[in-house]
Every structure is written in structure tokens, then in C-alpha cells.
Design a protein. Sequence first.
Length: 214
Amino acid sequence: MKIFLDTADIDQIRKYSFLIDGVTTNPSLIAKTKTEYSFEDLISEISKIVPGPISAEIISLESNQMVEEAQKIAGISQNIVIKVPMTMEGLKATKRLSQMGIKTNVTLIFSANQALLAANCGATYVSVFVGRLDDIGHNGMEVVRDAVDIIARYNYSTQVITASIRHPMHVLSAAKAGSHVATIPPSVIELMSKHNLTDAGLEQFLQDGGKIQS
Ligand code: E4P
């Protein structure tokens, strides 16, 4: 499973750049970083740090305007993927962008039917927001599983991104469900790397290593 970093924070992207395959941003993540970069400069900077796909979201709501905005953003760098909201206008834009060879990430997906429509319109990625579904008592991972199954069964080239990840168990479940990608916040990547037994084991090895004559 590919690992994307779910942040617009340049320092965090630099820190984890050695282990990530891509980055996803959204307007809320960018607003949160309080960066001095303009939107275009920030996306350009990120695309230089990570060679893999960098998702940048459009904010227009009408399909012609969406396509126009997407073309501008896609022009920033070769590895830009345009995040398009899961609306009927968004699907229309996705179809046109896919015909133009511009990669898309259809976002705010909360059902397998939405994923199916997006895949049928040529979406490169569909982002299933598991955390937000779990928050309201639904089973987010079930949507990931269904979307993965449908995409495989009908041979779509679309890849499922498990998004809105809240904890390491979401990542593990995404991997077991066959999600092509998990986009993970930096805090969850940290948690994934840690185990008390690793720390205790290392401490012991260091102590014992000090007793060995060189
Ligand atoms: C990524 O593509 C999504 O925008 C992000 O994972 C949403 O996460 P949230 O539900 O924590 O805002």
C-alpha cells in the first residue's frame, strides 16, 4: 500500500519525505499551516520535495470553472493531482480532466456508489473519508472494502485512497482491505513507528552492547 502524507506543513513533509509516496492537501489543512507562501507557491514547493503525486484542491463549484481552475493548478508541476469535490459538477469536471490527461482525486467520498460514479468518470483516485464516517457511527472501512472490490471487479484504473485517518488501526485496516493508498497525518505516522517493546529492547541492547569488549 502506498503511503501519502496528509498535511500541507512543509516541515513535516520534509521530515517524512524519505518514506512517503505522495502528499494530500485540502483548503482546511493549508489554512491551518499559517504559511507565508501563496497557494501556488506552497503547492510548487511541496511538489519539489516529493516526486510522487501531490493533491491540490480546487474551490470552484461549476464544471467549466472547475476545469479552468484545475488547468492552472496542474500547470504548477507535472506531479500535481487535482482534488475535485464529489458533486455532479465535480464528476463532469473529472470526466473532462481525465480526457485532457489531468490526474484527479475525487474527494469527500462517503459511499461506494459515489466511488463507482467517480471511477466511471475516469478519476485517478477516490478519497474515502473513513474517520468522518466513523465519527457519526458508520463503518468507514466498509466503504473502502466495497470500493476496492468494485474497482477490481470492473477493472477500473482508479485507486482508492483511505483518507480522514484518525489512528494507526485505520491504516492497518486500510491495508487489509486492499486500499491502494492511505493518506496519513504526521502524528499517526509517528504512532505507527513506535512500540514500547522496541524501546525497552533497544535500551537493553545498548546496555549489553556497552559491556562487550571491542
Ligand atoms: C485527505 O485527502 C482529506 O482531505 C483528509 O484526510 C480529511 O481528513 P479529516 O477528516 O481529518 O479532515
